[in-house]
Design a binder for this molecule. Structure first.
Ligand code: HSE
Length: 422
């Protein structure tokens, strides 16, 4: 009898059902490439009737995660449920029962990755996670294999399809934030709880995973270094366009004198840069290495089939006997910059008080704090400034002083400008 790889899958939402469908559609070529037939034997999820219908009764559907853990014929589990629990316990139990794991769960890896990979090493099992970052783009493989000979100095990327879809819709059409989010949910891009997308947490989780792999550091998710897109108005999008920029939720990690600057924030990117052309649910990741220089990876960042593409690549790797062992580099001692120490160029829009009054107060206050203004524009009764690079501590001090001068009547919006994007 031909050799088979028997798989159990936890989760049958957008991603899980696509994994099943793509595996069925491409069964022959996957068999050839894997050298084995791949069989999804069991699926565990809440809606078992959906599984039975979509698989025509060809898998055993259940609500009980232990039915996968306790099945000795299953050697690989795919976790596409998302969330921390019960996913974490399921993965740890699968490893303890001698199974290899494939997961798309970025939130879990970013926050409990060290515990999971420690258990995997203890059990001499693999945890593959290509689908956890940037959907169908094989960026995990790129970092761990193709770029393995490089010292990485910087990663910048658009890592959340939902946010990129919403921002693209706000740039292209007068669509409101709420309408654009609804469309993204209908298209299957958003998380079960879309606040993870729009508050930047999902992007932060993905950047944490890339950071750990690129710099050999333990998984580090700093929620205070993450800002989402909820505060972006169509006014700022219009003004950014007038100044030659596009607003993107940009994730960056940069090595500065042996310390890492980790930021996820709405960012103004020059309109003529490649990253500015990345629209809708597409993702892009730029990785800079000392030998290779700049590399750019682009592709579909969210949605069932793109994510299934990454999951199935991991299934084929396991079938071929490949291992995935993650271990922080003990020789690397890297610390992270505090938010106050981070340096950025900034876009600041002041929108209250008379324009003259603003100009008379704002500019001298910024000058007093040695914040150099590169460009000043008056657009529709708003004062818009672009500053040169300045540390966050000084900027916040100046903005607080201005707020106090205006008895907190002054309102302003501030975004960073991208530094080195192509
Ligand atoms: N909600 C995620 C996104 C799904 O929009 O990018 C893919 O990780």
């Amino acid at each position: 009898m031909a050799e088979k790889l028997i798989v159990g899958m936890a989760g049958f939402g957008t991603v899980g059902s696509s994994v099943y469908q793509v595996l069925k559609r491409n069964a022959a070529l996957i068999h050839t490439r894997a050298g084995k037939q791949i069989e999804i034997k069991r699926v565990v999820c809440r809606k078992t009737d959906k599984v039975i219908l979509q698989t025509q009764g060809n898998v055993i559907a259940s609500n009980d995660l232990n039915s996968i853990i306790d099945d000795p014929s299953i050697s690989v589990v795919i976790e596409v449920m998302g969330g921390i629990e019960p996913a974490k316990t399921f993965i740890l139990n699968a490893l303890k029962n001698g199974k290899d794991v494939i997961t798309a769960n970025k939130a879990l890896l970013a926050t409990h990755g060290d515990e999971i990979f420690t258990e995997a090493r203890k059990q001499n099992r693999s945890v593959f996670f290509e689908a956890s970052v940037a959907g169908g783009i094989p960026v995990i493989k790129a970092l761990r294999e193709g770029l393995a000979g490089n010292q990485i100095s910087e990663i910048s990327g658009i890592l959340n399809g939902t946010c990129n879809y919403i921002l693209s819709a706000m740039h292209k059409t007068p669509l409101s934030f709420a309408e654009a989010l609804k469309n993204a949910q209908q298209l299957g891009y958003a998380e079960a709880d879309p606040t993870f997308d729009i508050e930047g947490l999902d992007t932060g989780h993905k950047l944490s995973i890339l950071t750990s792999l690129a710099f050999g550091v333990p998984f580090h998710f700093d929620i205070t270094a993450v800002e989402g897109i909820k505060g972006i108005s169509s006014l700022d999008i219009q003004f950014a366009q007038k100044l030659g920029f596009v607003v993107k939720l940009l994730a960056t990690v940069e090595k500065i004198n042996d310390r890492l600057s980790f930021q996820v924030e709405p960012t103004l990117i020059p309109q003529n840069s490649i990253l500015a052309q990345v629209s809708d649910a597409m993702n892009a990741v730029e990785i800079v290495g000392d030998a290779v220089g700049k590399t750019l990876f682009y592709g579909t960042g969210a949605g069932g089939e793109a994510t299934a593409s990454a999951v199935l690549a991991d299934v084929i790797d396991i079938a071929k006997g490949h291992k995935s062992i993650v271990k922080p580099d003990s020789a690397t001692v890297v610390t992270f910059l505090d938010n106050n120490e981070k340096r950025n160029k900034n876009y600041i829009r002041f929108n209250s008080g008379s324009l003259n009054d603003l100009t008379n107060h704002v500019l001298p206050t910024l000058e007093k704090h040695q914040i150099v203004v590169e460009k000043i524009e008056e657009i529709n009764e708003n004062l818009v400034l672009l500053t040169q690079e300045i540390d966050e501590k000084t900027l916040q001090k100046a903005l607080t002083e201005l707020s106090q001068t205006y008895c907190n009547q002054l309102s302003f919006t501030r975004f960073r400008l991208a530094k080195n994007v192509n």
